[in-house]
Design a protein around this ligand. Structure first.
Ligand code: SF4
Ligand code: SF4
Length: 344
């Protein structure tokens, strides 16, 4: 679409296309189509200034032909990428902001259960308690070998609970085990959406079978220390994550975790414990005022991250940060002041 052809139209940024200004560049995140595009900061400023105006105003305000050429290119980009909509008449409702007052109704929304061959606490009892709290989502991380019969028994305790979505981490044994676990999950466990098979002998492409993702990772995931890595492949372009991040921490909000020793924590990688599940219930741990201390630290509160153009899609980590509670995650190699990833 050429800008001259639409001079008499009004243009609006799509409601779920959200702009984020960074120190040296910006992004448009299209949460409806789950994609993100980098844009220059002057395009960000232009959209903020003219969103909802007539296209002709963009041209009349430009001070010279050079500016008009750049504006025309920007316009074509926005139109071709379907970030903007053109209307013949002014449509004021297109400019209404998204209501970001969002909350999960449950006491606990998501949980991590870590387990290895030295763990002695009861997973069944933990899942029973998570169900009582209304937990919806679970990461169940096995760091040592558990065969498919053991996993079948454990996973059966998730049936008929409030838990709707499970990511399962299992250690590779052999190809036979991989086939068994795939059949088990596909045939019996609807709620498991993702299986990460770690210690896989090679790096292999992810498989998706009946909406379930099977990730084959050669990473030697032996403990919770692997967690907290910030990388574009983990960016989460998701409306719920976006809305959560407006007021809360995108990783820790309404999260509860049990580490391999049964300690109840905000996340297994944290030092602070709120009792052991063998003696303390999850409800008792949650009553401790300190438990929710990190829940409302937003990306906008975090030094450096608040100047980063990826802050709306980057899940936060408060476990690996050093002593300053508002420090940028240590496992992030991105510098928003130079727009470079350290190792690339
Ligand atoms: S600087 Fe912060 S927001 Fe940006 S990629 Fe790193 S951790 Fe994420
Ligand atoms: S706070 Fe960091 S280490 Fe803990 S679960 Fe979140 S990303 Fe992982």
């Amino acid at each position: 679409m050429l800008i001259n052809e639409s001079k008499n139209h009004y243009f609006y940024l799509h409601k779920w296309c959200i702009l984020t200004k960074g120190h040296v560049r910006s992004t448009i995140t299209d949460f409806s189509r789950e994609r993100i595009k980098l844009i220059p900061n002057d395009l960000y400023d232009l959209i903020i200034k003219y969103n909802g105006n007539k296209v002709s105003k963009l041209l009349t305000d430009a001070s010279n032909d050079e500016d008009r050429t750049v504006i025309s290119e920007y316009f074509t980009f926005l139109y071709d990428e379907e970030f903007i909509v053109l209307t013949e008449n002014e449509e004021k409702e297109f400019n209404v902001d998204i209501n970001t007052e969002f909350d999960f109704p449950q006491i606990v929304n998501n949980a991590i259960i870590d387990y290895n061959n030295k763990s002695t606490y009861s997973i069944n009892n933990t899942i029973y308690q998570l169900n009582q709290l209304g937990c919806q989502s679970l990461h169940l991380r096995f760091y040592t070998i558990f065969n498919s019969i053991q996993l079948d028994t454990i996973l059966s305790s998730i049936k008929n609970t409030t838990i709707r979505d499970v990511s399962l981490f299992v250690k590779y044994i052999d190809d036979n085990f991989v086939n068994e676990i795939k059949n088990l999950i596909i045939e019996k466990f609807m709620r498991i959406s993702q299986v990460i098979i770690h210690h896989y002998p090679i790096n292999k492409e992810k498989e998706t079978i009946e909406n379930k993702h099977f990730v084959y990772s050669s990473a030697p995931i032996d403990s919770c220390n692997y967690c907290g890595v910030i990388n574009p492949i983990f960016f989460d372009i998701n409306k719920i994550t976006y809305l959560t991040g407006q007021n809360h921490n995108t990783c820790l909000y309404k999260k509860i975790a049990i580490d391999v020793k049964g300690n109840i924590k905000n996340c297994p990688s944290m030092k602070k414990t709120f009792g052991n599940i063998k003696k303390t219930t999850l409800s008792e741990a949650l009553m401790n005022e300190e438990f929710s201390k990190l829940w409302n630290i937003k990306k906008a509160d975090i030094n450096i991250c608040k100047d980063c153009e990826f802050r709306l899609v980057c899940t936060d980590c408060r476990a690996y940060i050093g002593n300053d509670i508002y420090a940028k995650p240590k496992k992030c190699d991105y510098d928003p002041y130079t727009a470079t990833w350290k190792n690339s």
